[in-house]
Design a protein around this ligand. Structure first.
Ligand SMILES: [Zn+2]
Length: 76
């Protein structure tokens, strides 16, 4: 059962949804307000996929790409 919870969108500041995939390996963050999308590997912190409106992946500011510390993922 994937975990979902809300967090402030790093791009627009509105409420975004963060989802931990069922296998626990990927963290997906998406914002329906601005279409921001970020998929990171939970173990390596590597960005798998990222998208923000009008910004190409490689041009995203570091603050948008940096995954939140793992403690932000609920352990239960
Ligand atoms: Zn947003």
């Amino acid at each position: 059962m994937p975990l979902t919870y809300s967090m402030p969108c790093p791009n627009c500041g509105h409420s975004a949804e963060r989802l931990l995939t069922a296998d626990g390996k990927l963290i997906r963050t998406q914002c329906s307000t601005c279409d921001y999308l970020l998929i990171t590997c939970r173990t390596t912190g590597k960005v798998i996929e990222a998208y923000a409106p009008g910004i190409r992946m490689h041009a995203l500011p570091q603050s948008v790409l940096t995954p939140l510390p793992d403690r932000s993922v609920p352990s239960h």
